[in-house]
Design a binder for this molecule. Sequence first.
Ligand code: ADP
Ligand code: AMP
Length: 216
Amino acid sequence: MRIILLGPPGAGKGTQCKRIVDRLGAVHLSSGDILRGERAAGTELGKKAQSFMDSGGLVPDDLIVAMMAGAIQKAGGKYVLDGFPRTVVQAQELDKALMKAGDKIDVLLNLNIDDKIVASRMTGRRSCSVCGTVYHVENLKPKKEGLCDKDGSELVQRADDKPEVVANRLKTYHAQTAPVIDHYKKQNLVMSVDADKDIDEVTKAIFAKLDALKGA
Ligand code: ADP
Ligand code: AMP
C-alpha cells in the first residue's frame, strides 16, 4: 500500500505514521526527518536545505523530488509518505515516477485541523536528541520531565517550532501544500480524518478508513 499522510505541520502526521507503519508493516518516509538527518550529517543537501527550513519555507522542489525518489525506491512497495508531496509540482513528479513503474498512490489521508490547535502542538513539541521520539509538554509528557522514556537522553525543541517560525510554516502550508489535496481529490484518492481529537481517537479513525479501503 502506498499512502500519503497530509496535514499542516503539527497535525500529528509523525505520531500517526508510526502507528500506521507498525500495523501495516510498511516503511515510514518522512521528508522532514530525512532532511534533518542530512543536516546533522553536514551533507551538501543538508547545507542547501538549512535556510529554507529555518525560515519556515519549503526546500526547492528539485532537491526534494530527487531525495524522495531515492527513498521511495529503497522502501519497496509498502510505505507511508509524511511531509511529501508538499507542493503540486512535487505531487505531479511523484505521480509521474510511480506511473513509469506501473504503480500509483492508493490513498491520501488528510488530517483536518484548525491552525490554532496545530500552533500549540508545534510550540509544545519536544523530541529526543538521540532517538527522535516525539513528546509534547502537555499532551504527551515523558515520565521524567525533559528526558526521553526510551533512552534517557535530553529532549529538545526544534528550532522551527519557535512561535515566530510556526506562523510562517502555517502560511506556507495554506499557500503551497493545501492545493495538493485538490490535486488528489481529482483522482478520487482523498479520505479526511478529524485530527483535533486525542491521539488514540485519531488513530482509530485512520485505521477505520484504511480497513474500509482494504475491504472495498
Ligand atoms: P507533524 O508530524 O504533523 O508535524 P507530530 O506528530 O510531530 O506532527 O505532532 C506534533 C505535536 O503534537 C507533538 O508534540 C505530538 O506529541 C502532539 N500530538 C500529535 N497528535 C496529537 C493529538 N491527537 N492530540 C494532542 N497532541 C498531539
Ligand atoms: P516537517 O518535519 O515535515 O515539519 O518539515 C520540516 C521542514 O523541512 C519544512 O518546514 C520544510 O522547510 C522542509 N521540508 C520537509 N518536507 C518538505 C517537502 N516535501 N518540500 C519542501 N520542503 C520540505
